[in-house]
Design a protein around this ligand. Structure first.
Ligand SMILES: Nc1ncnc2c1ncn2[C@@H]1O[C@H](COP(=O)(O)OP(=O)(O)OP(=O)(O)O)[C@@H](O)[C@H]1O
Length: 235
């Protein structure tokens, strides 16, 4: 079987007939109706769509933070809907990494402690893993800031730490919600380079929400949410 066909036979992410609505006062706003989506292992996707089209909601449904009204999300063979809330939290901690627009570092933890947090939450904090975290700090160019607190770092530095933190536990899937949306163009480019390098190195699958056509061009595939449907196109 050709490689592409094998990849699609076992996609990293499978979304099947996903339906999601929110109540808005007296009325109901339907974001997705029977949405289907398949993402191959190691694929890097840019997710586009106008403001309010449901990009963040889709990420939340994929990660199991939000629940669909109908349909299924299957990550690497695990059907999220069949897990209890606690099981979904454990699954997320182990298999998914997140990068946000506003970094979301914990203000009371220093840089190294922020970086180690995903491992600590999984009870995986061994001396070997701590050394790996220090190597990762080297890779993001912030080894000398290990004991600094987030408010002492620039936006670009905070995002580089947030990217390292999202990948420290080697998740299969990385979800990034406008990771350059709050950075100047130079820091944004640096953060994207780093994200790309780490994702490729780890063979992770990436879904990155962006409003930037330039950012989207770096992806393997562009998905655009339009009127509750997903259109797929080449970059
Ligand atoms: N928990 C919620 N309760 C009610 N409505 C919600 C909830 N979450 C999202 N929505 C609504 O769903 C719609 C889509 O929101 P979402 O944040 O997913 O859009 P988006 O495409 O990410 O937008 P943006 O590009 O502005 O970040 C919006 O109208 C929003 O108000």
């Amino acid at each position: 079987m050709p490689v592409a066909a094998r990849l699609n036979a076992h996609p990293l992410l499978l979304v099947r007939r996903l339906t999601k609505s929110y109540r808005e006062g007296e009325s109901t706003r339907t974001l997705f109706t029977a949405l289907d989506l398949q993402v191959a292992r190691g694929e890097r996707i840019a997710l586009l769509g106008r403001s309010g089209s449901g990009k963040s909601t889709l990420l939340n449904l994929i990660s199991g933070i939000d629940r669909p009204d109908q349909g299924e999300v299957i990550i690497d063979g695990t059907v999220l809907n069949r897990l209890s809330e606690h099981e979904r939290t454990l699954f997320r901690r182990t298999h998914i990494g997140f990068v946000f627009q506003f970094f979301n570092l914990i203000a009371t933890l220093n840089v190294l402690e922020n970086l180690l947090l995903p491992l600590e939450l999984q009870g995986r904090l061994t001396p070997g893993e701590t050394r790996r975290a220090e190597d990762l700090l080297d890779q993001v160019g912030l080894r000398d800031r290990a004991t600094a607190f987030p408010d002492r770092l620039s936006g670009g530095e905070q995002q580089r730490i947030a990217i390292a933190r999202a990948l420290i536990h080697q998740p299969r899937l990385l979800l990034a919600d406008e990771p350059t949306g709050n950075l100047d163009s130079e820091s944004g480019a640096q953060a994207l380079e780093l994200l790309d390098a780490l994702v490729r190195e780890q063979g992770a699958t990436l879904i990155l929400v962006t409003h930037s056509a330039e950012v989207a061009r770096r992806a393997d595939r562009i998905l655009t949410i339009r009127d509750g449907r997903i259109e797929s196109s080449a970059p």
